[in-house]
Design a protein. Structure first.
Length: 135
């Protein structure tokens, strides 16, 4: 079997909410499967043991951690999304910023005609980019 790399997101109780939010707002997105913690397992009963979901045609994994950690997501690793047009980047940046925080406000930074870097309400870092050849 060949090696495979998957992006794995660990949440502290809001994995399903985050996954559903991402699937609702990004293209080529779906929840592929969700396995939940049961009463006799170490995780919080009913929360996400493992979720597989697709965003923009790429598969991701998510979990509600059974352990309390002193760490969370960091902006050092982010999900980078090339948007198709200005309306799409405006909409995505506004939606993902709700309850989150801006790391670089939506603007022209020279390397991109329109770009935003933000942390969503779940702590995940996103970069939204409008490529120079976009409409």
């Amino acid at each position: 079997m060949a090696q495979k790399i998957s992006t794995y997101l660990m949440f502290a109780g809001e994995a399903e909410e985050a996954v559903n939010f991402y699937v609702e707002n990004l293209d080529e997105a779906s929840v592929n499967s969700i396995d939940r913690w049961s009463d006799d397992e170490p995780g919080p009963t009913g929360k996400v043991k493992t979720a597989y979901f697709t965003l923009c045609g790429q598969t991701f994994m998510a979990i509600d951690s059974p352990s309390v950690h002193e760490f969370s997501f960091t902006p050092s690793i982010s999900l980078f999304v090339d948007c198709e047009n200005e309306a799409q980047i405006d909409t995505l940046a506004a939606k993902f910023l709700e309850g989150g925080k801006s790391l670089m406000p939506l603007d022209n930074y020279g390397f991109s005609k329109k770009f935003a870097w933000l942390e969503d309400r779940y702590g995940v870092s996103w970069q939204f980019n409008l490529p120079s050849d976009a409409a």
